[in-house]
Design a protein around this ligand. Structure first.
Ligand code: IMP
Ligand code: MG
Length: 372
């Protein structure tokens, strides 16, 4: 899922371009079937919203047809004003013609009513209405709609021709309005092999968060040979820990480059109290804070056998030797203990049982995420 912001509102991905394409094809199939004896039906798109739908619809329509547009705007912002503001009509003589109105969306039905009014005395052979989207919960009119693509709940949508105050028409997917995302900044902890990466990947999707793994950031800087990467490498190559200020500066840059409304799962940071203090202060600069520290807990014995098992296939030298594994645990537990104390003092520490199915563990973690 992804969230975008247009003007002051947030929208989340809702209907994919592929689904829209399928719905359009179905509409074309139905209309083609019903109009197979018609010489050259006239498709009339209702501007502005229907331009994309009409383009895709007529491209799929195999028989002869004519295409025209009328403009009827009844919308301002996200609320129907009910009043029609403009009309740029069809001027040609429509007597005896088969007309199919192509609407992007039918909401209250005010526009549709207006259309019926306009075409009432044009002596058409027949008038048919096709709409890509339809909101049955809000439609109160006693008017017939011949073809409906996708019925949706009464929530404002944008994309694929539909706009919010002018924006969003160019998006190929449909997005639905969503409340402002509450950004959560969560520190995910756990000894090596506990399943942090796996869970972070699932949780970042579920909660629309960005996953920042310190290790990954370091590696990417070193690969790109940035100033920071070269500096970090000079320590790492000598087998030394990268000093706090270097790590902090690097993380700070990553966070600064994200949108302030964006929540983060930190993985591998902070590792020291100095880093924890620095994190608090640079999050504060953008009005944010750490929501909680969650440790995934698995008995050491179980982890050792898991890692040795992984070592058989991963080729990682540090996964193959029990002594090396124990060393890593030692380091983890001594360091984490300090941070545990730090976040416990702020009532932000949570331990989650990491034994069991991936799904069960996600569920346990979600219970904590939900209350943070
Ligand atoms: P109606 O007259 O209330 O049925 O709505 C007509 C017009 O309102 C549509 O043609 C759109 O331009 C606009 N509209 C209704 N619902 C939405 C929506 O969810 N997103 C964007 N525009 C909408
Ligand atoms: Mg419209």
């Amino acid at each position: 899922m992804s969230i975008i912001k247009l003007h002051d509102k947030y929208f989340k991905t809702y209907i994919s371009a592929k689904k829209i394409d399928e719905a359009t094809q179905q509409l074309v199939d139905q209309v083609s079937n019903d109009l197979k004896d018609e010489d050259r039906p006239l498709f009339i798109g209702i501007l502005n919203g229907s331009f994309m739908f009409v383009a895709d619809f007529v491209r799929k329509y195999r028989a002869n047809c004519e295409v025209s547009f009328v403009k009827l705007a009844s919308y301002e912002g996200t609320n129907s004003t009910g009043k029609i503001k403009q009309l740029v009509g069809v001027n040609e003589n429509l007597e005896g013609r088969t007309v199919v109105i192509l609407e992007d969306i039918i909401d209250t039905g005010n526009t549709l009513q207006e259309i019926y009014e306009i075409f009432k005395d044009k002596k058409l052979k027949q008038l048919k209405i096709a709409t890509l989207f339809f909101k049955p919960d809000i439609f109160k009119k006693d008017l017939h709609i011949d073809y409906i693509g996708i019925s949706i709940p009464d929530k404002f949508i944008i994309g694929y021709g539909l706009d919010y105050d002018g924006l969003g028409r160019n998006l190929k997917d449909i997005y639905q309005i969503t409340p402002k995302p509450k950004s959560k900044n969560i520190l995910l902890f756990g000894p090596p092999g506990v399943g942090k990466g796996t869970q972070a990947d699932i949780l970042k999707e579920k909660y629309n968060l960005v996953h920042i793994s310190t290790g990954d950031v370091f590696r990417s800087h070193m690969k790109k040979e940035t100033e920071l990467g070269i500096l970090a490498k000079s320590y790492i190559d000598k087998g030394n820990l990268v000093p706090d200020d270097v790590t902090i500066d690097m993380l700070k840059t990553v966070v600064k480059n994200l949108s302030p409304s964006c929540g983060i799962i930190f993985d591998g940071f902070p590792r020291t109290e100095a880093q924890a203090l620095a994190l608090d202060s640079f999050l504060e600069e953008s009005g944010q804070y750490v929501n909680g520290m969650i440790t995934i807990e698995v008995p050491t014995k179980l982890l050792i056998s898991r890692l040795l098992e992984r070592g058989k296939t991963s080729g990682r030298a540090d996964d193959q030797d029990e002594n090396k594994i124990l060393n890593r645990f030692n380091e983890y537990f001594t360091k984490t203990e300090i941070l545990k104390k730090y976040y416990k003092a702020q009532n932000k520490y949570f331990g989650v049982d990491g034994v069991g199915d991936i799904k069960d563990i996600t569920k346990r973690l979600s219970e904590v995420f939900n209350k943070l």
